[in-house]
Ligand binder design. Sequence first.
Ligand SMILES: [Mg+2]
Length: 308
Amino acid sequence: MIARHFTRPARHTGVMLGVGDDCTLLAPTPGHQLAVSVDTSLAEVHFPHAAPAAAIGHRALAVSLSDLAAMGATPRWCLMALTLDDADDAWLEPFAQGFDTLCARAGIDLVGGDVTRGPLSVSVTVHGEVPPGEALTRHGAHEGDLLAVTGSLGGGAGGLAAWQSGERSLDDPLLAAYLLPEPRLAAGQALRGLASAAIDVSDGLLADLQHLCDASGLGAALELEALPLAQGLVERLGEGALQAALSGGDDYELLVGLPEGALESAQRALGALGVPLTVIGRFTATPGIQGVEANGPGGWQHFSGATP
Ligand SMILES: [Mg+2]
């Protein structure tokens, strides 16, 4: 019953046997490594139940694709496990369309899925490919490497605040950033061979920076005034804008380590894609994240990892 919404011919290569058998048969590019990740988006936890169905479909795939972007992987195939409280065609059709439109743009094929009854949630598994040894990882940063971020920060939290205060137009840049995030796939691939480490900003800049630091055995010094704030964020959140950029989450930008000598090449490569890359600090041998102080700008007050 649900399958008709999602059954489409594979657009890309490597699908030897598509939907309709017990398993899908896939043929990865010989010699490449598979990058595999899964994310579950639960209504009222990760997205508003009343969000447009097309945006829910887009977003569920986007958050999984963002993990491929952070590895520098090229998307190939995905699987969806959908739990529905109400299998209404008027909801499913735009949901499938939102999912499929991003599939087409990302060059990924949906090759299988499963539908059950229950509270609305969407779980998406993505498979990407990367040449051996070229994947971007969290553990490769070195002391002295620059810390840089794509795009802007705080849009996810700003968009959630906009939704909560009644904004419903996806023309609002913050709401669009929250409900229709764009995974930085091309940027991630362009940073292969340039970035020393990478992660996507899903949990918030500070939390994800801490993941990079932990994996690389380093600390970091942040320059708060350098943070690229999302368009409209200060207008929406006032003094809370900085906190949103630091710990709001759901931004799906790439946070990367860059050897100083690679900065110019990285900015040129991403500039050609229309993606800004902003230096926001540097990795240090001293553990912890410096530059973020209790009661600092924005009234941001609780950060246990800071070592001023
Ligand atoms: Mg991630």
